[in-house]
Design a protein around this ligand. Structure first.
Ligand code: NAD
Length: 475
């Protein structure tokens, strides 16, 4: 007979929300257990953020080698070994997933491999390889069960020819042709990877444009660059179904702006969004309130309607971003430990790892316009940056959006920073800090940035917003 083990805090899910919550709970001297049913590190470490970034780096390496001649470097014989690439990528994943376990243990937390289900608000049954174990939490249970890819009924995943991003980061051997359904973040990131690795890649997007939520000027830079490296786009297109050809390939039917069209491919990667993992966890047993899509309803302290039960990350609602989940995990842990912590951030930065990258924080220009905000935009192109020229990455620009707060020419508060260009994902943190600190665009402009760096482009864009750019004529 199994005995019931008691903890102060239990976290369900070992992804970037859950394992961070567990580490923070343990740091705060709570007796902590984190339970994971599949792989430590969740989607992010195993088949999301990290593996895709490894493949993106490899693909960009291939692409850049084609242009090395411009720098006076002759590169020949560049070949892609997809087995070796997978081995390298898997090595990174292994190191990081191992690191997560060490960090939880090193902070004094415990890990359990198994599927947890609520018995009551304080008790979980965990199905492990060694049978069912019962665990209870005296102070709090944090739900961090994450999300999984949405499935289109006409394209049921078979893991081989109809795949999600999960298999999409493990393609070996590479197919000759790849059709990606969905021109969102995943579709664009993986579309960029495989077209650069030599796969005939087409991204099919239902809406009139890819990356539809972002400003057009940002997206246009990326579609143009991806087009040059061989990625094709079909917009205004709904993927309706497929049939198998005699040679085993697939004939996909698309409805493009109302007209039927077919397309042959070897593999279809479906990337039409994610949905919360809310089933099979016994949420209904404890009367947990959920929204229409299954997200657990929470307040600013990540408390659910059930006392002592908290929810963070994708399962508690969008945006589905690892860094948001991690932050929420830290706060939920602090709430359980009796601290006054609550959600208090002004903006969550987001990055799309296409080449060039797109990174944003705050309002897009079209959103500022729709809200009727009186604003000014400062834009500075990477083509005018000495550093960008020196690293041969001049596509794109930085755009700083300031809201008018007073009568003076510099009375503009930062409400959005958007970057399309080299290292955009790293550069955006300055924008996030500016928004957190309620900075004015002038504050970014007044800050001395090291020369020669890509960061100077952010400074110049901020100066441009108030007509004070130095390395560009102000209009
Ligand atoms: P998404 O919501 O970003 O994009 C899905 C796209 O698919 C949309 O543009 C939608 O119009 C389109 N679509 C839907 N049904 C379609 C159909 N039948 N035919 C053609 N197009 C169709 O979703 P995603 O790209 O799957 O990403 C999932 C989540 O993961 C997102 O919330 C994203 O934020 C997150 N993510 C983030 C990163 C990052 O931060 N770099 C990377 C990958 C994923």
């Amino acid at each position: 007979m199994s005995t019931t083990k008691t903890y102060d805090a239990i976290v369900i899910g070992g992804g970037p929300g859950g394992y961070v919550a567990a580490i923070r709970c343990a740091q705060l001297k709570l007796k902590t257990l984190v339970i994971e049913k599949e792989s430590w590190g969740g989607v992010c470490l195993n088949w999301g953020c990290i593996p895709s970034k490894a493949l993106i780096a490899a693909a960009n390496f291939v692409e850049r080698s084609k242009h090395a001649g411009t720098m006076g470097v002759t590169v020949s014989g560049v070949a892609v070994d997809s087995a070796k690439m997978q081995e390298w990528k898997n090595g990174i994943v292994k190191k990081l997933t191992g690191g997560v376990q060490s960090l939880v243990r090193g902070n004094g937390g415990e890990l359990m491999k198994g599927t947890a289900r609520f018995v009551d608000a304080k008790t979980l049954e965990v199905e492990t390889a060694d049978g069912v174990q019962t665990v209870t939490a005296t102070k709090g249970i944090i739900i961090a069960t994450g999300s999984r890819p949405v499935e289109i009924p006409a394209f049921k995943y078979d893991g081989k020819q109809i795949i999600s991003a999960k298999e999409g980061v493990s393609l070996n051997p590479l197919p000759k042709r790849l059709l990606i359904i969905g021109g969102g973040i995943i579709g664009m990131e993986l579309g960029g990877v495989y077209s650069k690795l030599g796969v005939d890649t087409t991204v099919v997007e239902f809406l009139p444009k890819v990356l539809a939520t972002m400003d057009d000027d940002l997206v246009n830079v990326v579609t143009k660059a991806m087009g040059k490296s061989g990625c094709k786009f079909i917009t205004g297109a709904k993927a309706q179904g497929y049939e198998k050809n005699a040679d085993g390939s697939l004939k996909v039917t698309l409805e493009v702006n109302g007209a039927a069209q077919t397309m042959d491919t070897d593999v279809v990667l479906v990337a039409v969004g994610m949905r919360p993992n809310h089933e099979g966890n016994g949420f209904e047993k404890i009367g947990l309130a959920q929204d229409k899509r299954g997200h657990v309803v929470i307040n600013d302290r990540f408390e659910t309607n059930v006392p002592g039960v908290y929810a963070i990350g994708d399962v508690a609602g969008g945006p589905y971003l690892a860094h948001k989940a991690s932050k929420e995990g830290e706060i939920a842990a602090e709430v359980i430990a009796g601290m006054k912590s609550a959600r208090d951030w002004r903006a969550i930065p987001a990055a799309t790892f296409t080449h060039p990258e797109i990174a944003s924080v705050g309002l897009f220009e079209h959103e500022a316009k729709a809200k009727g905000i009186e604003y000014k935009v400062g834009k500075f192109p990477f083509s005018a940056s000495g550093r960008a020229m020196a690293v041969m990455e001049t596509d794109g620009f930085v755009k700083v959006i300031g809201e008018k707060t007073g009568p003076h020419h510099n009375d503009y508060k930062v409400i959005g920073v958007h970057i399309v260009g080299p290292e955009a994902a790293d550069l955006i943190s300055e924008g996030a800090l500016a928004m957190e600190m309620d900075a004015f665009v002038e504050d970014i402009g007044l800050t001395i940035h090291p020369h020669p760096t890509l960061g100077e482009t952010v400074m110049e864009a901020a100066k441009a917003a108030i007509g004070e750019a130095v390395h560009m004529l102000n209009r």
